[in-house]
Write a protein that binds this ligand. Structure first.
Ligand code: AMP
Ligand code: GLY
Length: 417
């Protein structure tokens, strides 16, 4: 079977590595892919938003299955477009992707389907928002409604900060139209975890639970980022898993059915364990990044087989074979990230681990020039290792990182502590 992966980051790199192991695979392609991905898949410079270009590519290369990595093409309707033309796509329809592309829609969906989440209010007018926020309890969480690459959430400890967030999102439009509607949300306290599950429209199959580290610096300080590292598994007791399945995933599937939403892909649930039980912070409609780089290396079985089962509506009864042990994956980011990441810095030391069985390197934002690897984005690399326990996994990863460098390189030292 010929498989096409859409995207170019670290998540797509680990997806390619995993799909490459499948006995069902004939040939692997990626659009647009990256220099690193081109080492294992045929890449071509077709952008993720060029739907006609993707369709022509699928016809020419006889693609059987398209796996969509990022959310933007899903929100723009890539699944609808390709499946109308008879191509199998792993990833939800635009209606399903709205659960990520509109936080307001996601919150209303949760409310309607009794999925536990923080109390909230939606605003479409800046002055009205400020007026009402005066009467709201702080800390308060202000969120832009639309897609903001993981940067549209502000935790505001006092009114002044809430006003600033409202002005930035609604007046200054720092995220364009994504901030024309905002959500003011109750501040929750608790540990977080990332729940991902395959969904076939009727059933789900949970992946091992993981944890992302969203703040830039150690001790959860600094600005929110797309994610600075992840660990998997996060061990939850059976009762907690049962509550998550019953109160979140079952109700999610029921909600899809009630609203007639076509959804064959991954649902990602950002969860917080509060004193009054688990509550959903957000839905994403694809694999988390960097969670995928910590979760997928632990899958022992055939990922492609499960993906096909999800697309065909046959996930019921499927089982995922998971390796024993722990995976730690740490992001190396550029100087200036997340505000103004520097680019074009030479990355040294990758060759030391090129053939390593122990250290996995997934490229998020790199390019290759005259045989040298250069930084090309905010999150540059994910360095990951699987080991029997978290201490050993951490040791391996940090040892590898100590042999790598580029100007301005930053990483967290407390991932998995
Ligand atoms: P989100 O993109 O909605 O997942 O938010 C990004 C991060 O902001 C989350 O991972 C949490 O750490 C934090 N966050 C979001 N919503 C809340 C909330 N209601 N209470 C406390 N922290 C939150
Ligand atoms: N790690 C969070 C996300 O993928 O949005």
């Amino acid at each position: 079977m010929n498989v096409l992966i859409i995207g170019s980051g670290g998540r797509e790199h680990v997806l390619c590595r995993k799909i490459k192991q499948s006995p069902l695979l004939t040939k692997l392609y990626a659009l647009p892919g990256s220099a690193a991905i081109s080492e294992i898949a045929d890449c071509s410079n077709v952008a993720a938003d060029d739907f006609e270009g993707i369709f022509s590519f699928c016809k020419n290369e006889k693609i059987d299955v398209v796996i969509v990595g990022p959310e933007a093409p899903l929100a723009a309707g890539l699944q609808d477009f390709l499946s109308d033309k008879g191509i199998k796509v792993f990833g939800p329809s635009a209606a399903g992707a709205k659960l990520e592309s509109s936080k307001e829609y996601a919150k209303e969906f949760m409310k309607k389907n009794e999925i536990p989440t923080a109390d909230f209010k939606v605003f479409t007018d800046c002055a009205k928002a400020k007026e009402e926020i005066k009467n709201m309890k702080h800390p308060l969480v202000i969120k832009a409604d639309g897609l903001c690459a993981g940067k549209g959430v502000r935790i505001c400890f006092e009114e002044k900060e809430s006003f600033q967030a409202v002005s930035d999102f609604m007046d200054k439009k720092i995220f364009g139209d994504s901030g024309s509607r905002i959500i003011a949300e109750e501040f929750l306290i608790g540990k977080e975890a990332s729940i991902m599950a395959f969904v076939d429209g009727n059933d789900f199959l949970m992946l091992p639970v993981s944890r992302d580290h969203k703040r830039l610096s150690d001790n959860n300080e600094g600005p929110n980022t797309g994610g600075m590292g992840a660990v998997c598994p996060v061990n939850l007791d059976d009762d907690t898993i049962a509550i998550i399945k019953k109160q979140v995933l079952d109700r999610f599937i029921e909600g899809l059915k009630k609203e007639n939403i076509s959804y064959r892909g991954i649902i990602y649930v950002g969860l917080m364990f509060t004193k009054s039980g688990p509550k959903v912070l957000e839905f994403n409609v694809r694999f988390g990044d960097p969670e995928a780089q910590a979760v997928l290396p632990l899958i022992d079985g055939d990922l492609l087989e499960i993906i096909i089962a999800a697309i065909d509506g046959k996930i019921a009864g499927k089982k995922l074979s998971i390796k024993k042990g722990v995976c730690v994956s740490i992001v190396l980011s550029s100087g200036g990230y997340p505000a103004n990441p520097e680019k074009g810095k030479e990355i040294k030391g990758l060759e030391n681990f090129a053939d390593s069985e122990e250290i996995m390197i997934f490229h998020s934002g790199t390019r290759k020039d005259s045989g040298k690897w250069l930084t090309n984005g905010g999150r540059v690399l994910n360095i990951a290792a699987v080991a029997p326990n978290i201490e050993e996994a951490r040791k391996k990863v940090y040892f590898a990182i100590s042999n790598m460098s580029f100007d301005g390189m930053h990483y967290r030292k407390d991932i998995g502590l």
